[in-house]
Design a protein around this ligand. Structure first.
Ligand code: PHE
Length: 340
């Protein structure tokens, strides 16, 4: 009897099972009422008291050992997923991975980059956490300019001032410090302003600014470049107009409107019933800005412009609420096909 107990113990410990069928074979062989261990218990009943004393404990241990081995094999099989002989219904439709799509702001960003790359602009990047000089002072903002006030700018530290950039013009400054003209570059990126969140404003948004500095760059170059951009982005029937404006870092400055694509110029809420929508600010780089970056304004001139990607996207896809871009609502996001 004792030898048989040992043999069964060895046999069951070495049992390998990787399918439901072999697990069932294990159960039948060792654990079921007709299995080997039950058989031994039958024999045990017939034994004399003396003999029972000898094997009783070992027999109970064997029983427990078989049960825990069975549990172990069962868990192994469960963790592997299906055993090889599980019924698979081949007529079921396949489980496919949902293919995502690009965010509408990225679709627009790529399209803007593509248009300017064809005109010979490269793409530059810079920090979102910026010092006062690159975000304001170098751009000819006077010390008391309202944009520096707490209600407009998120300051991270005061004295010396560190802030979340309010526009990507900081990259223009960094570029001009680093590289001598000719410079022809666009700067897409995220910018931050301390504004109450509504359908028309958010505390962050995305910009693409552009800079072209070389000998003899004129306002005509600026106009033609942005005309070209608007036609490439919105089609050749788009109308564009330049309105005089003011920025500390450009002189002269102009705001650029395009004819409203939502109402075709008839007047609607998006264009505030004017038929025109502002898409960009622009102007000739102020001589002080060139000087601040070590570029001689007598030798070089340049133009700069900046547009909001959200606004360009709104007119492209007719999105009326800015908040939708950052809510991560899949029902909104999956509507955008990559028409780059
Ligand atoms: N930096 C300006 C802004 O954030 C945009 C701009 C860029 C205007 C370049 C003119 C020239 O609003």
């Amino acid at each position: 009897m004792e030898d048989r107990l040992k043999n069964i113990e060895v046999e069951l410990q070495n049992f390998v099972s990787d399918t439901k069928d072999s697990l069932e074979a294990f159960r039948l062989r060792f654990i079921s009422k007709k299995g080997q261990i039950a058989q031994l218990f039958e024999e045990f009943k017939q034994m004399s008291g003396e003999e029972k004393k000898k094997v009783g404990k070992a027999l109970n241990e064997l029983k427990r050992s078989a049960e825990s081995k069975f549990k172990e094999l069962q868990e192994q099989l469960d963790s592997q997923g299906y055993g090889s002989n599980v019924d698979i219904d081949l007529s079921l439709p396949p489980v496919t991975d949902a293919i995502g799509n690009l965010h509408p702001l990225n679709l627009t960003r790529y399209k803007i980059i593509q248009i300017f790359e064809r005109l010979g602009f490269n793409v530059s990047d810079g920090p979102e956490i910026e010092d006062d000089w690159h975000n304001f002072s170098a751009l000819n903002f006077p010390d008391n300019h309202p944009a520096r006030e707490m209600q407009d700018t998120f300051f991270i530290e005061k004295n010396p001032d560190m802030l979340l950039r309010t526009h990507t013009s900081n990259v223009q400054i960094r570029l001009m410090q680093k590289q001598k003209p000719p410079i022809r570059s666009i700067m897409p990126g995220r910018v931050y302003r301390n504004e109450a969140i509504s359908a028309r404003a958010h505390c962050f948004f995305h910009q693409v600014e552009g800079l072209y500095v070389d000998k003899n760059v004129s306002f005509a170059d600026l106009k033609q470049t942005l005309y070209h951009f608007a036609k490439e982005m919105y089609g050749k029937d788009i109308k564009i107009r330049f309105r005089p404006s003011f920025f500390p870092f450009t002189e002269p400055s102009a705001e650029i409107d395009i004819s409203c694509l939502i109402c075709q110029g008839d007047g609607c809420a998006v264009c505030k019933h004017s038929g025109w929508v502002e898409i960009a600010g622009s102007g000739m780089v102020h001589p002080n800005v060139l000087k601040n970056c070590g570029i001689d304004p007598e030798e070089y001139t340049g133009f700069a412009f900046g547009m909001g990607i959200e606004r360009v996207t709104q007119l492209r896809y007719r999105v009326n609420d800015l908040r939708l871009y950052s809510e991560n609502d899949i029902r909104f996001l999956k509507q955008f096909k990559p028409v780059i």
